[in-house]
Design a protein around this ligand. Sequence first.
Ligand SMILES: Nc1ncnc2c1ncn2[C@@H]1O[C@H](COP(=O)(O)OP(=O)(O)OP(=O)(O)O)[C@@H](O)[C@H]1O
Ligand SMILES: [Mg+2]
Length: 375
Amino acid sequence: MADVTFEKTMDLDSEAPIETNIAATLNALPHPLIRVNDAGNVLYANMAAEHFFRISANVLAKRRLVEIVPFGSSLLALVEQVRERMAPINEYGVDLGTPVNGSNRVVDLQVSPIFEVPGDILIMLQEHSAAKKMDQQLTYQGAARSVTGLGSMLAHEVRNPLSGIRGAAQLLEDVVEGEDQALAHLIKEEVDRICTLVDRMETFGDLYPVQREPLNIHTILNHVKKLATSGFARHICFSDEFDPSLPLILGNRDQLIQVFLNLVKNAAESIGKDTSDGEIILKTAFRPGIRLSVPGSGEKVTLPLEFSVIDNGAGIDSDLMPHLFDPFVSTKAMGSGLGLALVAKIVRDHDAVIECDSEKNHTRFRVLMARHSET
Ligand SMILES: Nc1ncnc2c1ncn2[C@@H]1O[C@H](COP(=O)(O)OP(=O)(O)OP(=O)(O)O)[C@@H](O)[C@H]1O
Ligand SMILES: [Mg+2]
């Protein structure tokens, strides 16, 4: 700022005093700019800074930096570092939102020492543009909508031709022989696989209102156990730790079966086919102290019923954890990555939440729900 050549150039073009010109220039800057002294007092704030902090420049100039940024903000530490090192530092994606200037004010910070006045620091903020934020939100919404739309579209449009192809393959299989018969069989099998996928996608499209009824969770878990042990989890030892005094829940039977079947199937797949000491525990418990914010609504609700599926399989990689419930996320060669996305959707539709914690040989998915009387 105190660049001599810069000041001279300004002076040549204007009759106004140099200070006025500099102030006008800094005010024309679209990025908030603040200068603080070594005691942390704000010495100068340009117009963009007034707008950003929603505090007038006069008032800002009476404040300390610590009073205008969020409590414990990394900006404060950054200023100290710059002062110590006497070298500029940038930091990206810092939220400077406060009750005064609003939430989610994410900025990139450029903090530089003012060499001419030791201890003084210049802070420039570059707000993530509204366009960028909106773009991000639209992308998320778009992604969610496209999964929903795709589900409905697939269900309606793809099923008919598929059944035609399957029928034709069946006819072929009956009349051809040898290798051709195997190929016709392959077509049939693959069509069946697509049909299963279509069925699962359909659940994402909210085509039908969900009917809910009072249910005993143990009936559902026992049913899932029966399906699993007579099929894909034949080789796995199941144990249940049920609390028989658990109250009823309000839910859709088929959908809840889908939830626990998906969780048990994942558990069985992580244990693998070749393991002889694989174990899946189905557990229910009443935990009156659990209050959680349901995603999507800011409210806290009491969700005292806890239903867990625990396995002693390979565990989930920590890199995968943040994306676990996203559609099309899979580590399996033949996996569609829709299982947990579907689980998350059904759980959300039931005003419940699902959580997962995992370490090697111990992975637990917990569904937390309200009891029937509170639903
Ligand atoms: N109990 C578990 N143990 C270890 N990893 C798991 C477990 N549950 C889920 N995962 C991981 O999460 C990924 C996503 O699971 P999800 O059920 O959504 O898809 P998928 O099982 O791969 O495919 P699909 O369910 O469509 O057959 C899995 O590929 C797996 O890596
Ligand atoms: Mg799965």
